[in-house]
Design a protein around this ligand. Structure first.
Ligand code: AMP
Length: 188
């Protein structure tokens, strides 16, 4: 099964993706994690994207599409992919559809974690204290939220038109949200 965990920064996509990996054995494909790994390893790609990521802007579609393409065989072997933080633009969504189609597959469901903006700000403040991610600053978070609203939210009608969108309340505890995601995935 190929699913997208969708939602604004701080919605809990990464946390829920990791639970699905543990429970279902699928592969988490997080472009954010891949880019952070490149940055930490100091590769050429990492050096190219560091400043963009630190200020909360989006890196180019070409870069993230290539990262995803490289990892699709792993997900196929595992029997499932959880796309987390990808796609973030309509161009990325179209490229993903084409890549999957070329492999005889498709996105089965897009789970949208719905969390109100006050709660996102509260979670972000907590995350800045705990994880110390370079882009967990108030300024970078505002840019990320703006990019989500300006570019990524356009994917909601995109996947709705394909009949793949399932809204899940992302405001509960981690286990409550996980249970709602499981129901959304196992429905019909
Ligand atoms: P994330 O961990 O998903 O919040 O991603 C962290 C940062 O990596 C983002 O703020 C972007 O700078 C970059 N990034 C991750 N995924 C994408 C994507 N699909 N498209 C463009 N930039 C991305």
């Amino acid at each position: 099964m190929n699913i997208i965990l969708f939602g604004p920064p701080g919605a809990g996509k990464g946390t829920q993706a990791k639970k699905l990996v543990a429970e279902r054995g699928w592969v988490q494909l997080s472009t954010g994690d891949m880019l952070r790994a490149a940055k930490e390893a100091g590769t050429e790609l990492g050096r190219r994207v560091a400043a963009i990521m630190d200020r909360g802007d989006l890196v180019s579609d070409e870069i993230v599409i290539e990262l995803i393409e490289e990892r699709l065989p792993d997900a196929e072997r595992a029997g499932g992919a959880i796309f987390d933080g990808f796609p973030r633009t309509v161009a990325q969504a179209e490229a993903l559809d084409a890549l999957l189609k070329g492999r005889g597959a498709e996105i089965d469901r897009v789970v949208r974690l719905v969390v109100d903006q006050d709660e996102l700000v509260r979670r972000m403040a907590k995350r800045a204290e705990e994880e110390g991610r370079a882009d967990d600053t108030v300024e970078a978070f505002k840019v990320r939220l703006k990019n989500y609203n300006d570019q990524t939210a356009a994917l909601i009608p995109y996947y709705k038109a394909q009949g793949k969108l399932a809204d899940v309340d992302g405001m509960g505890t981690v286990d409550e949200v996980a249970a709602s995601i499981a129901s959304a995935l196992d429905a019909d």
